[in-house]
Ligand binder design. Structure first.
Ligand code: NDP
Length: 254
């Protein structure tokens, strides 16, 4: 088998119907995997599948809210039925609610924590039997550089992503005997729907990102295809519990 080859593998990508998730799904599919995208918005899902299929890639969409405990297991079963097996799970679905801490409601807090952190727990638990049946597998959790840094509008987001990094480490130790590698990717500032609102809301954000990023640009969703393929393939079999920062140098700028 060639390095990075994912032929014969099935990958689930939550939030795979847009942004970074869709770009990672494309990368995994180009490496040979069959991809099952998950998300709430069926129209976006159909468009994403259409875009991948147009390029000859094998893709499917399963509509699910990944915070809904009673729906997640059925969605994973459907993915396993479609793919015949599950080898790779990318926990990518995420939201941000940008408010100062004093304005945050408990509902806001739960929404962000449920979407960004609890969903990764639910999805990982749901795929575990299928990964074991496949003889092992890969889980990739999409965290954020805000797991490492503080920002005034990001109390719940930073807490959820910091939690996701620690969840990654703990899960990696628990499931290493099952030949399951669990790693996190920490994106910096990436141009997607998620950051459109931040750019409008936070004065000077664009200049700040550009001046603090040694690469002198925002990230693009396509920047995540390579890291995802690496962490999904046998090329990373001895990498587990790791955090891969993909931020154009944002966090290392002095
Ligand atoms: P987008 O808003 O473009 O994509 C988010 C995706 O998550 C959507 O496809 C959305 O699908 C899905 N999603 C949200 N809530 C749910 C839910 N409850 N159930 C199922 N799917 C859900 O954002 P990005 O592509 O930028 O974000 C992808 C990941 O990357 C997120 O985890 C984000 O926190 C992280 N990230 C992004 C950064 C950036 O700068 N853009 C920086 C750091 C991290 P639907 O619309 O169908 O619900």
């Amino acid at each position: 088998m060639k390095i990075f080859d994912l032929a014969g593998k099935t990958a689930i990508v939550t939030g795979g119907n847009g942004g970074i998730g869709l770009a990672m799904a494309r990368g995994l599919a180009e490496a040979g995997a069959q991809v099952v995208l998950m998300g709430r918005d069926g129209a976006k899902g159909a468009a994403a599948v259409g875009a991948l299929e147009k390029d000859g890639l094998a893709a499917h969409f399963v509509e699910v809210d990944v915070t809904a405990e009673d729906r997640v297991a059925a969605a994973v079963e459907e993915a396993a039925r479609i793919g015949g097996r599950i080898d790779i799970l990318v926990n990518n679905a995420g939201i941000a609610i940008r408010k100062l801490p004093q304005d945050y409601t408990l509902e806001d807090w739960h929404k962000v924590l449920d979407t960004n952190l609890t969903s990764a727990f639910l999805m990982s638990q749901a795929v575990y039997p299928a990964l074991c049946r496949a003889g092992g597998g890969k889980i990739i959790n999409i965290a954020s550089v805000l797991a490492l840094l503080g920002a005034p509008f990001s109390v719940a987001y930073s807490a959820s992503k910091g939690g996701l990094v620690q969840f990654t480490r703990a899960l990696a130790t628990a499931w290493a005997p099952d030949n399951i590698q669990v790693n996190a990717i920490l994106p910096g500032w990436i141009e997607t729907e998620l950051t459109v609102q931040a750019r409008a809301q936070v004065p000077g954000l664009n200049d700040n990102v550009l001046s603090r990023t040694p690469a002198r640009r925002w990230g693009a969703p396509g920047d995540f295809a390579g890291p995802a393929v690496f962490l999904a393939s046998s090329a990373s079999d001895f990498v587990t519990g790791a955090s891969l920062v993909v931020d154009g140098g944002f966090t290392v700028q002095g």
